[in-house]
Design a protein around this ligand. Structure first.
Ligand SMILES: [Zn+2]
Length: 141
């Protein structure tokens, strides 16, 4: 391979958005330098594949930085309710109408009880947010 760096004639070519950054120090990584690990993270949601929910891909520039990142995630509690809340939110993205909980559960692939707890978790977070930052949500209302 004679692939050293980016060709000068297209500095921001089609691949400009596929650069990986070290999640620890933010360094831009060349493909061959990328180290990755998959860690449990209850705030991670896959855009299309629910089977990959709750897992986050970490990228790092070195074994040391990868170890730091993995350790950080290992110490972060995995909150089931957060997972369920995220699944519920994703399931409801396209609906403008109120949806019965049983339908919410079906759409999000959860039991009714899980969907309910997810909604409660989400609402509790929203209340915390309002208590701390007021009613404004940044939309300029
Ligand atoms: Zn790094």
């Amino acid at each position: 391979m004679e692939d050293f760096g980016i060709p000068e004639d297209e500095p921001f070519g089609d691949e400009a958005d596929v650069f990986d950054l070290c999640d620890h120090c933010g360094r831009v990584l060349a493909d061959e330098d990328v180290l990755g690990a998959l860690v449990p993270d209850s705030s991670a949601f896959h855009a299309t594949d629910p089977g990959l929910d709750g897992k986050r891909v970490l990228t790092a520039c070195s074994v040391d930085h990868l170890a730091v990142l993995v350790e950080e995630y290992r110490q972060r509690p995995f909150v089931d309710e957060e997972q369920w809340a995220g699944k519920v939110c994703r399931a409801l993205t396209d609906s403008d109408e109120p949806v019965p909980l049983s339908v919410v559960a079906e759409l999000s692939g959860l039991s009714v009880r899980q969907a309910e707890q997810g909604v409660e978790w989400h609402n509790a977070r929203a209340q915390e947010w309002r208590a701390r930052y007021g009613d404004g949500d940044g939309d300029g209302e």
